[in-house]
Design a binder for this molecule. Structure first.
Ligand SMILES: *[C@@H]1O[C@H](CO)[C@@H](O)[C@H](O)[C@H]1NC(C)=O
Length: 373
């Protein structure tokens, strides 16, 4: 997920949520809202700057079941209406709702007033519906909304006027083929932007699509990209472009992404990495280039001081040079590799000189695997 930038407890809880939720690849897996709520309570108990409009904590006692919308289960501050075959957002959702769970229904459209008055909402889960339309004012006044999950729907573009303080925004597996200019403008607190499994091409990402956005993680895996998108926010520390159709990596690809620490380019069609491409991301710790069409070890790895993990398995690499991974001069400081994978390549593994791996933690750090004939 995203990385170790902020060591406080709140961030750790988010990190945990984020890691859990990142596993929501196919098939669709429901979110356990009660689990979520427990994490939320830990998080809120933790953060002193967030309780500005918190009432007394006794309102759990005078909690009134009559206020629960039909077809929903309510517990204090949590309204769950999942798996009910709902075709629209239920009416009269209590205004003190913090988590609203509408996942796994048949909702097709979000109307202007569907969430009216829900100013305290923190998490809104609309995963696995049939939503193709969201009214541009649907998210107004949602200043506390942190988590907006819209994965597994039928959206063709990014909804307008997204809540300004959202931290996680998920659009996995929709039909988004265009990201319009300023689609995310003003979202300065985002950590996670998940756009994977959408039919996005490079041309579909309009100039200025990511203007005014700050995010740590961006995922556009399983899309139709033929090159690394150039105009992503420069704040990103993690970029996932697995399962696209990218055919080469060039020097200009990462010039803007100086903070990048984890880069995933697995399962593409990369034949060629231009020398100098990775020099522009000096903080990178992990690079996935597995399952591509590389014939050589990408140049410049030995100069990446923090690089610890490099996946190169499943390529067409036929030779490995003694200085491909490690600095030539032993006094050049370099963090040791913990993972180099080279299996499923047509290299004769017995030809690789042992000194090639002189800057690896130990034998387990290198996966050569069973060589093919
Ligand atoms: C890559 O570029 C660096 C710096 O210009 C140079 O020292 C190095 O020899 C080049 N490597 C290859 C494989 O061309």
């Amino acid at each position: 997920c995203f990385t170790d930038q902020s060591p406080n407890k709140t961030m750790r809880v988010f990190l945990l949520l984020c890691l859990l939720a990142l596993g929501n690849a196919k098939p669709y897996q429901p979110i356990n809202v009660m689990e979520f709520m427990r994490n939320y309570d830990v998080m809120m108990a933790d953060s002193s700057d967030e309780d500005d409009d918190e009432d007394d904590d006794d309102d759990d006692d005078d909690y009134d079941d009559e206020n629960c919308p039909p077809g929903c289960n309510c517990s204090p501050r949590v309204v769950q209406c999942s798996d009910q075959g709902q075709i629209s957002v239920p009416e009269k959702i209590p205004e003190d709702t913090v988590i609203l769970d509408l996942q796994n229904n048949d909702i097709t459209e979000i109307m202007e007033d569907d969430f009216k008055g829900l100013h305290k909402l923190h998490g809104l889960f609309l995963i696995n519906n049939k939503i193709s339309k969201i009214h541009p004012k649907a998210f107004r006044n949602m200043d506390h909304l942190r988590l907006l999950y819209l994965s597994y729907n039928m959206l063709t573009e990014i909804p307008a006027n997204l809540p300004p303080n959202v931290i996680e925004l998920r659009f996995h597996e929709n039909k988004i083929n265009r990201i319009q200019e300023n689609a995310f403008k003003g979202l300065r607190k985002l950590h996670v932007l998940e756009l994977g499994a959408n039919p996005l091409t490079n041309a579909g990402i309009e100039l200025g699509a990511f203007n005014g956005l700050s995010s740590l993680y961006i995922g556009i895996a399983e899309a139709k990209l033929t090159a690394v998108p150039k105009a992503l926010p420069s704040s990103i520390t993690e970029l996932n472009l697995d399962y696209n159709k990218i055919s080469k990596v060039e020097v200009e690809d990462f010039i803007r992404y100086k903070n990048l620490q984890r880069l995933r380019l697995g399962f593409n069609q990369i034949k060629f990495v231009e020398n100098g491409s990775f020099v522009t991301i000096p903080n990178v710790r992990e690079i996935h280039l597995d399952n591509n069409r590389l014939k050589k070890i990408p140049p410049g790895l030995s100069s990446l001081r923090y690089l610890q993990v490099i996946f190169l398995h499943g390529n067409k690499i036929s030779s490995v040079g003694v200085n491909d991974f490690c600095p030539i001069r032993p006094n050049v400081k370099k963090n040791l590799y913990t993972g180099i994978s080279l299996f499923a390549n047509p290299v004769k593994y017995w030809d690789i000189q042992p000194a090639t791996f002189r800057c690896v933690t130990g034998r387990r750090g290198v996966q050569l695997g069973n060589f093919r004939k």
